[in-house]
Design a protein. Sequence first.
Length: 324
Amino acid sequence: MAQFAALPLFTDAWVADTRHLNFEERGMYLDLLVECWRSPNCRMPRDVSGICRRLGIRTDEHRQLLVRIIAEFMSKDGNYIFQKRLRKEFEFVKSKTQKQSVRAKSRWRKEKDESHGSTTNGDAAYAETMPEHESRHASGSTTNTAPAYAPSPSPSPSPSPSNKTLGSSPGGAEAELQFAKFWEVYPRRAGTVDRKGAVKAFNAAVRRGIDPAVIIAGASNYAAFERSQGKESTQYVRRAATWLNADGWTETYLAPPRNGKGNGASQPETYMHWKVRLISARQRKQWDSATWGPRPHQPGCRAPPELIELSDGKDWADWEDATA
């Protein structure tokens, strides 16, 4: 039985991390995460045969697929494997539950002490704290003079950590996890690194309602562009705080020319690319038809339908300087 019944799943991060997997691989990876979550300390023994039995894997083909999934996503800890992000979520929920338990016990002890202390404030108060039949006994209807106390109140159930949306505020463990993911994909820069300033700018963006997954996807696009230009790890890479304060995730980038002519082919149009493009277009009220194709709600629009809003494309101007 799992120590914590609910497993937090951040859908945008899941889509971004597993977009390259096929349906079968994604399902196997999810099953593996569930088994890790249900295991003590959120980790599993490094025993492929044992994991196969727990996941119901019976063919050599699926066994090899499992080995590839473990190699790509799981980390090693002695004789155990675990998933870093999942482990941090597990520790966060565990810490939250322990704190709630301590608060509940403290509240229960306080209410119990107050209830017992009220019995010293006279016969009337004493009678009020007793059940009705024992109150009659105390009034003289029987010779039973044994003291009776009010039943101790049951502690209020502490809210389940699974009912709280992790990352609903820009602070706390979830914000640290999201920023760590951003910091991992953002291109390296030569010279001093202002991580503190980047954290501040990242949290400010989240407080403004920007989805962390969108920021991370934009940083990944920017990193790919700087690598293609040969500028990664140089002073030409923008500081992370500067990029964040300028809403860098709304920018899109052209891949370098392949044959020295023109702008070259654009980066692959992934789900996250379109998400970033649409956010940028909504903010600027502009659409780059030459690069992105027909506007939303027009025939031939290439943007995923589930990302398009009713107001998209309305009164938008053409974006001559847009890049993809």
